[in-house]
Design a protein around this ligand. Structure first.
Ligand code: KG4
Ligand code: ZN
Length: 359
């Protein structure tokens, strides 16, 4: 295997395989980085394939970790073959294998890490452990009209709600984060309270489309706290109070709209404050909740008023996927080739703050 430090000179054209298995989606992708056209990132995504485990977990009302791991094992090889075929590439042409090393479910992460390392060993290629949130964070760069560094990032997933100043690949400064539930978690828990199935976010959003706003008064926790932190647990409790009072089925859609508006309001207000504090004009939104239409409309309207721009990943790349891992791997392999690892022993980090992965 070439020494990692040689790769920078060796590889103007790098083919990176990306593997995502941190939760309930198995994602595999091939990204080709052409060092001469790094400013057109979207052109490098050759193929990506995804298997969602929604049906598998639906009857349990949430992700069952052991079932998730077993299903990843079943899906990884067929998805890997599928992307090679789609991209018209041979395994030997892969230069490095990027995989999600954390944060996420330990067993689920291990399936992707083991597959990546075994394949790397067989192909005699290096691996690159990727931080799942870095994947989300950089995914808007894969769109046809990407933002440029530096920007503010609003990361809103099932486990995280964070505002960050992003100076470049691996240069992240935490501006604020949730003190309790994540935005996606609040969506999922509220959906459950309203009797909706898993995954709650998209189902609650669909229900809210049929509702009328303004019937329920819900709190906007920490809206005026003066910092960029969030709290969503109280909002969920307020919904619970309404539910406990005995809500009619036909009122649920109205409660769903008001919940969605409260979340969008808090996220948007804090994101605009982050733009003001940093003096930046670009906001990048990433993570599953970034798929929410009401949040997008609220952010777009407010940003326009501030003469700022909001960037989102393509809708298909908002939730977990392999493309963002292959892409983050390509950028890291390009900018931090010393982080490429010889395949062999490996570990995963179910808990892994992104700030520990800066640089
Ligand atoms: O980023 P992601 O796919 O996985 C994590 O890394 O957590 O985010 C999943 C979260 C879930 O909480 C899901 O309910 C939420 O994103 N979500 C949504 C929507 N689509 C997914 N929340 C609100 N509206 C949506 N349209
Ligand atoms: Zn995610």
């Amino acid at each position: 295997m070439p020494h990692p430090s040689q790769l920078k000179e060796l590889r103007l054209l790098m083919l990176i395989l990306g593997i995502e298995s941190s939760c309930d989606e198995t994602g595999v992708a091939l990204y080709q980085l052409d060092a001469k056209s790094v400013d057109q990132p979207a052109s490098g995504l050759l193929a990506h394939a995804l298997h969602s485990q929604i049906d598998l977990h639906a009857e349990y009302g949430g992700v069952v970790p052991e079932l998730a791991s077993r299903d990843h094992i079943r899906r990884l090889v067929p998805l890997y073959r599928q992307v090679l075929k789609q991209a018209g590439k041979q395994a030997e042409q892969i230069d490095a294998i990027a995989y999600t090393a954390g944060p996420g479910l330990a067993g689920a992460l291990l399936t992707g890490a083991a597959f990546a390392n075994a394949l790397a060993q067989g192909l005699n290629k290096p691996t690159l452990p990727i931080h799942h949130l870095e994947g989300h964070l950089l995914s808007p760069l894969l769109s046809d009209t990407p933002p440029s560094f530096p920007f503010v990032a609003l990361l809103v997933s099932g486990g995280h709600t964070q505002l960050m100043r992003v100076e470049g690949v691996g240069q992240y400064e935490l501006l604020g984060e949730t003190l309790d539930d994540a935005a996606g978690e609040a969506f999922d828990k509220t959906a459950k309270l309203l009797g909706l199935g898993y995954p709650g976010g998209p189902q609650l959003a669909a229900l809210a489309k049929q509702g009328t706003a303004g019937r329920f008064t819900l709190p906007r926790p920490m809206l005026h706290s003066g910092d960029l932190d969030f709290s969503f647990a109280g909002l969920k409790t307020a919904v619970l109070t309404h539910v406990n009072r005995g809500i009619q089925d036909n009122d649920k859609a109205d409660l769903a709209v008001d919940f969605e508006m409260a979340v969008a309001d808090v996220l948007c207000t804090k994101a605009m404050s982050a733009l003001r504090q940093t003096g930046l004009k670009q906001l990048v939104v990433a993570g599953g909740v970034g798929a929410n239409q009401r949040l997008r409309e609220t952010l777009n309207a407010q940003a326009q008023r501030r003469k700022s721009q909001v960037f989102y990943p393509e809708l298909a790349l908002c939730t977990d996927n392999g493309a963002m891992i292959a892409f983050a791997g390509a950028l890291r392999a390009h900018s931090h080739p010393e982080q490429l690892q010889a395949s062999g022993s490996f570990g995963v980090k179910p808990r892994w703050p992104l700030m520990e992965h800066s640089a």
